[in-house]
Design a protein around this ligand. Structure first.
Ligand code: NDP
Ligand code: BG6
Length: 484
């Protein structure tokens, strides 16, 4: 495997929320790896901002501790760590106050040469608007790019309000809405598989594909994010963004070019073509579950927040009418497994006699986690005499290079942060996509609320609630087991 590192232009990256969990676990490690691999130019700077009373050295100590915890020791050798830490600066700012903005402006105007300026909002969404306003007031927003984390609102109306407020300061071409699933290597591989090969496109439709099943199963619970999660739930936290993005990439028409708006136009068409689900239809096509003991963890005994969702989605287009897309995601499940299974239709006619083992339909499995892989299962003859016996043979089409010496699978954030610096919005959600996703999700959540029921409890470490199995059984189908 050849890894090609293309250095980016000099930049100043300001992280609001630099003392938080996401910065420690994802952003600083991602930036460290890009620096260690030689992608970040010498003059680039990373400026942490948060309320905590720290100076540059204090922030570097915090970052050192985060990197020691979240980056394997084999990568922290030589002067890599010190060189990275020297890039870090810190300015204490309470985004609701006036202090700190002038020093930030002074720091950012120090360099004489022009450089890319990025503000990364790694803070709760209630701070997105105030930060955008403050950046404008303090003359920092011109030409800068803004990165916002999910969730973008908690429904369509609040997302619109938020996007309007951000949009009043930053035009759409400078807004980067992160969905880190789009930065995952296999997700990009799905795009390559579909659009760099002639093989799949003729089969990629309802005539040949029986169903698509998208699973994002986690073993972790809500951990220490309960205060956020209890208000969000799996539908807002995972389905509205990550799962719908995976569905879009699987279902979209070929874009005319691998370029931001061309790709996002096609994803948007899929979201708009999702058959609306509301009222009893929504209740029939969806399942919500909650893992046993969740309310105690969330310190909310009456919590009806779902930690599991399963859905049957249909896309009303010529390509997909007749092929259901089943989605499921949940916490505290049997294993950590994220995959897209494209199940092809059975052969139209069985030519082999009764002695032959039944021919299983072909399937294409795009696995995102735990080990990134793409497998096409085909049926072949078992070698040797003894009748015409069939077997399912998996064709491993992954090229992760993980067996090669020195290979490290980059984290999604590495690619995404560098894409922001490069000014490439291809793997970021556009405003109208966010709106279209909410437009499909909102009526389902309304139906849940109006239906008055509550999520079905499921055992920790299980495959999820029974109703999710029944959702499939009703259609004569079964989920693949989550067994590792
Ligand atoms: P944390 O609560 O861990 O961090 C929040 C950060 O915001 C802290 O650095 C805090 O620092 C800072 N902050 C809070 N209030 C203010 C203020 N008034 N002025 C300036 N800074 C402030 O959150 P996370 O890191 O977990 O999440 C950040 C964002 O990323 C959220 O939008 C979240 O939804 C999203 N996200 C997080 C994921 C994760 O795995 N953690 C995954 C996907 C998205 P201080 O107290 O020092 O001010
Ligand atoms: C985040 C969600 O966006 O994605 C978390 O907020 C979830 O609840 C996480 O655990 C899953 O990401 P990954 O990359 O571990 O599958």
């Amino acid at each position: 495997m050849t890894t090609r590192i293309i250095p980016v232009d000099p930049f100043d990256l300001v992280i609001f929320g630099a003392t938080g969990d996401l910065a420690a676990r994802k952003l600083l490690p991602a930036l460290f790896h890009r620096d260690r691999d030689g992608q970040i130019p010498d003059r680039a700077r990373i400026v942490g901002c948060a309320r905590s009373d720290l100076d540059d050295e204090g922030f570097r100590d915090l970052a050192r501790a985060a990197l020691e915890e979240h980056v394997d020791a084999e990568y922290r050798t030589g002067d890599a760590l010190d060189r990275f830490l020297a890039r870090l600066h810190y300015i204490s700012i309470d985004v609701f106050g006036d202090k700190g903005w002038s020093p930030l402006r002074a720091l950012l105007s120090e360099p004489e040469e022009a450089r890319i300026r990025v503000f990364y909002l790694s803070v709760g969404p209630s701070l997105f608007g105030p930060i955008a306003d403050a950046l404008k007031t303090h003359g920092l927003a011109d030409e800068a790019r803004l990165v916002v984390e999910k969730p973008i609102g908690h429904d369509g109306d609040s997302a619109k309000e938020l996007n309007d407020r951000i949009g009043a300061v930053f035009d759409e071409s400078r807004v980067y809405r992160i969905d880190h699933y789009l930065g995952k290597e296999t997700v990009q591989n799905l795009i390559a598989l579909r659009f760099a090969n002639a093989l799949f496109e003729p089969l990629w439709n309802a005539k040949h594909i029986e169903s698509v099943r998208i699973t994002v199963a986690e073993t972790l619970g809500v951990e220490d994010r309960a205060s956020y999660y209890d208000k969000a739930g799996a539908m807002r936290d995972m389905v509205q963004n990550h799962l719908l993005q995976l569905l879009c990439l699987t279902a979209m028409e070929p874009p005319h070019h691998f370029e931001a708006d061309a790709l996002r136009d096609e994803k948007l068409k899929v979201l708009r073509a999702l058959r609306p689900l509301s009222g009893t239809e929504a209740l029939k096509a969806s399942v919500r579950g909650q893992y046993a003991g969740y309310p105690e963890e969330a310190e909310n005994p009456a919590s009806t927040t779902e930690t599991y969702v399963a859905l049957k989605a249909e896309i009303g287009t010529w390509r997909w009418a007749g092929t259901p897309f089943y989605l499921r995601t949940g916490k505290k499940l049997r294993s950590r497994l994220s995959e897209i299974v494209v199940l092809f239709r059975q052969t139209p006619h069985q030519i082999f006699d009764d002695l032959a083992t039944p021919v299983a339909p072909n399937s294409l499995v795009i696995r995102l986690q735990p080990d990134e892989a793409i497998t096409l299962s085909i049926t072949t003859k078992d070698p040797g005499p003894g009748g015409f016996r069939m077997r399912e043979t998996p064709l491993d089409m992954s090229f992760t290079g993980k067996d090669e010496e020195g290979f490290r699978m980059p984290d999604a954030y590495e690619r995404l942060v560098m894409d922001v610096v490069r000014g490439n919005q291809t793997l970021f959600m556009r405003r109208d996509e966010v709106a279209a996703a909410w437009a499909w999700i909102d009526p389902i959540m309304d139906a849940w609320r109006e239906g008055g029921g509550k999520p079905e409890e499921y055992d920790r470490g299980s495959e999820g609630p029974m109703s999710a199995m029944e959702l499939m059984i009703r259609d004569g189908r079964r989920w693949r087991s989550l067994a590792p």
